[in-house]
Design a binder for this molecule. Structure first.
Ligand SMILES: NC(=O)c1ccc[n+]([C@@H]2O[C@H](COP(=O)([O-])OP(=O)(O)OC[C@H]3O[C@@H](n4cnc5c(N)ncnc54)[C@H](O)[C@@H]3O)[C@@H](O)[C@H]2O)c1
Length: 309
């Protein structure tokens, strides 16, 4: 049993991770300011966790949150490309300054491992498919730049101070507890909202853009494997995905099939900051961390359908 801090534990991915960590009998503390996360996400296990309501940018709050902690899973961030385009300064502040604050405090508190939630968005405009970790990053948005900076800081904190960091580059995650209501919602929750509200779906671009949509249990699995990963993983980055891609049009068709509601598609021009195609090479995480895909995209859509509807 370990004592674990999950920043952003009231968010979509964080709350799924907290649930799994509790199932593995760990002691869990959550640090969250509820800016995008929700109390209802942690309600089922509120009596089994310690909750620190506060901001990752506060040195004092973070130091208090790290007391007696072994491992940190840093999920807290402002996680949207469009939001970062509308307000790059706040995104920079939370995602870069907040991450640096956590790294510094983790170093000072001798944290055993620090796992950072990064993003496939760092590959941006690089046209090469599949995305292998050695590709040159080409961030297209302030959000992507903040995640890349978090990776660099994490790696530097290992190389300079010996803090054992691992960065996980998540690819388009979906599943239970993902917010379908925000104006910044991801694509899959919006598709299911179209079914629920018997409405059309807006697609930016021609819909032939592809994504390596990743069901959340795969991401939780990768995080938990990071706790046991060998020294080879420290200071490194790893793709976390299924290693497959599906077009946005095909995904909408599949959701129409499993829900029995024929979703009408309306097309608008592509949005600034959106990338065309995305698919991960997952050989590195398979080799070093013994990761394997637990749930593929279509099975994940079936599993999470009930939550979204
Ligand atoms: N969802 C995806 O597809 C995806 C893909 C790649 C990377 N990521 C990364 O995974 C992590 C989790 O994303 P998510 O989709 O669960 O988003 P989310 O918005 O559901 O979760 C983020 C959490 O961080 C909290 N938070 C934000 N600012 C904070 C602050 N200043 N202090 C304390 N807490 C704060 C929010 O309240 C929320 O609970 C993020 O770091 C995100 O960048 C997500």
């Amino acid at each position: 049993m370990a004592k674990i801090l999950v920043t952003g534990g009231a968010g979509f991915i964080g709350s799924n991770l907290v649930k799994a960590l509790l199932e593995d009998n760990n002691e869990v503390r959550v640090l969250d300011n509820f800016s995008t996360g929700k109390r209802e996400n942690i309600l089922p296990f509120l009596n089994r966790i310690e909750l620190v309501e506060g901001d990752i940018r506060s040195y004092h709050t973070v130091m208090l949150s790290l007391k007696d902690i072994d491992y940190v899973f840093h999920q807290a961030a402002l996680p949207s490309v469009p939001r970062s385009i509308n307000d790059p300064i706040t995104t920079n502040d939370v995602n870069i300054v907040g991450t640096l604050n956590l790294l510094q405090c983790s170093k000072d508190m001798n944290i055993k491992r620090f796992i950072f939630a990064s993003s496939s968005s760092i590959y941006g405009d690089n046209p090469i498919i599949p995305k292998v970790e050695t590709l040159e990053p080409k961030p297209k948005s302030p959000y992507a730049l903040t995640k890349l900076t978090g990776e660099y800081y994490s790696s530097i904190f290992y190389k300079i101070y010996g803090l054992k960091t691992i960065s996980l580059r998540y690819f388009n995650v979906f599943g239970e507890n993902q917010d379908p209501m925000s104006q910044y919602s991801a694509f899959i929750p919006k598709v299911f909202s179209s079914v629920k509200n018997k409405n059309f779906i807006t697609i930016f671009g021609d819909g032939n853009q592809t994504r390596d949509f990743t069901y959340v249990s795969n991401v939780v699995h990768a995080n938990i494997l990071s706790l046991k990963a060998s020294e080879e993983a420290f200071g490194e980055v790893f793709n976390v995905a299924c290693g497959e891609r599906i077009s946005v049009n095909e995904l909408v068709e599949y959701v129409s099939t499993i829900t029995g509601y024929k979703i009408e598609k309306k097309y608008l021009p592509p949005r600034a900051g959106d990338v065309r195609d995305s698919m991960a090479d997952i050989e590195k995480i398979k080799r070093i961390m013994k990761y394997d895909v637990l749930v593929r995209v279509k099975e994940g859509l079936k599993k999470s359908m009930e939550f979204y509807l």
